[in-house]
Design a protein around this ligand. Structure first.
Ligand code: NAD
Length: 310
């Protein structure tokens, strides 16, 4: 099977591409950043922007058996005109281009985000359901709502498109701007962990390896529609902080800083649709997940002391 992964050099894209290659799939890894991985027979790398008039991109997307569109401009907190434009370009315009090039019958999975919900609605502890009205709190979430609208039009015209709404994803290769990655880096250099708002805030955290499995199974299932990708369990930030301390075997210090409006207090996925589609829901072992992310980032980090080569 020939699979195209857009955003292949990113956090989710690298994990997905690696898993597909490990299972012997033929993969086109497409990203404007260079995808660096083990050279294997099934790997084709295209280093180009999705908005480039590039024949390689056109051909790959037109001929793939399955496409995972993960390329985008993530991150809820960045502000400013440049970021607003980057979100529109890399989330909305890039998705429009992918939709234009992938044939309607080709299974296509597009990553939106749980940020379209603007946090868990109503009573405390109530999870977000796919049919809830969207409530984007900032520019990132609004760009994802626009992405979803493009996909909905495609589905209404008979397109085979699944919109996945991942909640917080963690694990090896996590983007450095995300909480766990930045906390691990801070703890290693004896700096306090910056916690937004309060240690009581909660996040639905899924291991990137489970997200990869879910995305693959959603594509194979071929049921168009929108689906949450989460565990259905809200983790207080204090548990994530404790997991960082346990993973590094140190006492960590925290500093609470005001949360921005775009940061919902709590996120929680309603997982009934995911279970109905796949027959399972990911379960995250937080201590194991943070320990594996810590080990991977330790291995990837440059040594703190200069290495003398004689
Ligand atoms: P990432 O930034 O690590 O990866 C995105 C990749 O897309 C980057 O390598 C970037 O170079 C590439 N890209 C962006 N615009 C491009 C373009 N125009 N042409 C070619 N390549 C382009 O992000 P990630 O964390 O891996 O997230 C992947 C997707 O999942 C994004 O759409 C993100 O919004 C969504 N998502 C991620 C999370 C999470 O917890 N990481 C949660 C919810 C949703």
């Amino acid at each position: 099977m020939h699979v195209v992964v857009t955003g292949a050099a990113g956090f989710l894209g690298r994990a997905l591409t690696g898993a597909l290659l490990a299972d012997g799939e033929t993969v086109t890894a497409l990203d404007r950043r260079l995808y660096v991985g083990l050279a294997t027979a099934g790997l084709d790398v295209i280093t180009a922007d999705l908005l480039d008039r590039d024949d390689g991109i056109r051909q790959a997307l037109a001929s793939a058996d399955t496409v995972f569109h993960l390329a985008g401009c993530p991150g809820v907190r960045d502000r400013g005109a440049a970021v607003a434009w980057a979100r529109h370009r890399d989330n909305v315009l890039a998705t429009a281009r992918v939709l234009a090039l992938v044939p309607r019958r080709t299974p296509l999975v597009v990553t939106s985000s749980s940020s379209v919900y603007g946090g868990a609605p109503g009573a405390p502890g109530r999870p977000s359901v796919e049919d809830d009205p969207v409530r984007p709190l900032g520019g990132y979430a609004r760009s994802k709502v626009a992405v979803e609208e493009l996909c909905a039009r495609r589905a209404a015209a008979g397109g085979n498109v699944v919109v996945a709404r991942p909640f917080t994803v963690a694990g090896e290769g996590q983007r450095p701007d995300m909480a766990l990655a930045s906390w691990l880096a801070a703890a290693r250099t004896d700096r306090p962990l910056r916690v937004l708002g309060s240690l009581d805030r909660t996040r639905d955290v899924t291991d990137v390896r489970d997200v990869v499995r879910v995305l693959r199974d959603l594509a194979a299932g071929g049921t168009p529609g929108t689906v949450n990708v989460g565990t259905g369990v809200g983790r207080p930030l204090r548990d994530l902080v404790a997991a960082v301390g346990a993973a590094l075997d140190i006492d960590v210090r925290t500093v609470i800083v005001p949360a921005e409006r775009v940061e919902p207090a709590d996120t929680l996925a309603d997982t009934r649709r995911l279970r109905a589609l796949l027959g399972y829901v990911p379960r995250t072992d937080l201590l194991d997940l943070v320990a594996s992310q810590a080990a991977a980032s330790q291995a990837a980090a440059p040594p703190r002391q200069p290495v003398l080569v004689t």
